[in-house]
Design a protein around this ligand. Sequence first.
Ligand code: MIC
Ligand code: SF4
Length: 646
Amino acid sequence: MGCAYTLKMNLVKRILEEHLVEGELESGSDIAIRIDQTLTQDATGTMAYLEFEAMSIPRVKTELSVSYVDHNTLQTDFRNADDHRYLQSIAARYGLYFSRPGNGICHQLHLERFARPGKTLLGSDSHTPTAGGVGSLAIGAGGLNVAAAMAGEPFTLKCPKVVGVRLTGKLSPWVSAKDVILELLKRVDVKGGVGKVFEYFGPGVETLSVPERATITNMGTETGATTSIFPSDDITRQWFEAQGRAEQWIRLEADDEDYDEIIEIDLSEVEPMVALPHSPGNVKRVRDVEGMEVQQVTIGSCTNSSLRDLKIVAQILKGRTISPNLSLLINPGSRQVVEHLVESGEYNYLVDAGARIIENACGPCIGMGGAPPSGSVSVRTYNRNFEGRSGTKDAGVFLVSPETAAATAIKGVLTDPRDLGVAPEIKMPDRFVVNDNMIIPPLPPEQASNVEIIRGPNIKPLPDFPPLPDKLEGEILLKVGDNITTDHIMPAGAKILPLRSNIPEISKYVFSRVDENFASRAMEKHGGFIIGGENYGQGSSREHAAIAPKHLGIKAVIAKSFARIHRANLINFGILPLTFADPSDYERIEQGDHIEIEVGQLPHEMVMRNITKGEEYVVRHDLGEKEQEIMVTGGLLPWIKKKVVS
Ligand code: MIC
Ligand code: SF4
């Protein structure tokens, strides 16, 4: 069990301690925590439920599990629709809530309807920390980890360092929460949060509404952080009351500021910010880069699709017309948001100004439609601007606040919203319209056990995961640089996303945007190795970035460092994540080199022989005891099956 009970603790420690099942609350050491809630979305969910089914558990063991459909809603053929039907039947059979397509984006919906202060939430999507906006300890993970949590397994993670972000002051007109998180990204970049949780505190907290806090915790993901969290205070209470969930609110505030590190942000000094292509960490002041011509503006996504955000956009656009040189797309976060916009008349301001309002779903954020023209500038309120993610490889995506996006849509050039004069006021409702008719509740167990699971032809069974051999050998199939994202490894978008339930098919696209021959080379050589730089696998939680390479025979990735979720996904699917003892060895290895590693019983240091060059390098792993067992067994699924049988 964890450290002795102390009354004074920061929020993160307090929630971790209440959920601790194994280990000590010392940063960097392996701990396991009980998971209260899970969420999945359709692009990672089908795989997660195939994995859950393979665990032979009759019903989810969590307090609450929700299956959302929001990513794959284009339905250009039967495949997405088949996945939705499969997910609905799974939810009915195993005791989950099912949020039907069109209801909204998982994170916005979870914040509105299910997230609770003090609860742990594990989601198969990297932006699960959105729920940290109401004081939930919400962590993104691979689908298999979420499946294991639904089966009642505790979730293992490295006990994070807790960074206190002290907010003072108050945001100026035209500046909003997105600018705050961009300011943080400017300071810490896309790796600065690795192994850490950002806990917000200080007098500035009470100046931010729940949706604003959620924008900040949502995009905290882009720093590489395990999660981000706000306290649950009177502002949070008002949110719960307005959502008709007053009884689910509890007060939860840090009673000690014993942070490992403190970052100070004076909200009154924050200015409109923008992340330049192709990294969310490439942040500048809008003032410093304003004026460039823009061909597309998109507003929405799980970062900025709340009622607060779309109301301000509507008020800015009221009575105006968007610039003739660009198009404006809006993907709202939920039906609740849309219903309020309609009721207040603000929906018309958007439509009249020329906005193309699309479905309440991820949409253009993940390249599901709405691709910008070639060579263009797309200004988005989203959280990621990785190359090619928009669906247009040579477009440059700029990430901004809703205020900056709306001002830009009017002017046709990147615009600091302060140039528009007096900032509009918005009025938030005291009570939200609550209509959960698109959320199907779990069936009682006696009815659930009769439900038939419906699988379409695109849903292929999981591949086999054989145990780790004593020796790994083969060719270096690819060498890449720093900050390789999961969008590089396993691209998404309208063409590839529908293949998420079909590993043999989706495997053909591994690294396709980096090297189109990668998959065929890997197949021809019967697998091999990948060499990566720093922060390999940043971004999404998609476990396809591990399963698909596994299917192609990838045995190990040797990198300078790994992003948290991707590292866990590699282990879950039996690919060994190794780092160089001497990072300069990275320079010596080339694509095509033949290498051998005796892994035996997985000592923490091993010798990697480069047969082609006649050299040897020391490589390391940092796997904890349980992770080593999982790796040797061939992955988390065979490990859990073995545990269930024994
Ligand atoms: C993303 O924003 O990249 C996604 C799509 O939501 C992913 C999940 C996925 O790849 O399905 C994420 O962030 O985890
Ligand atoms: Fe969906 Fe985009 Fe949010 Fe990912 S980042 S969950 S694709 S809206």
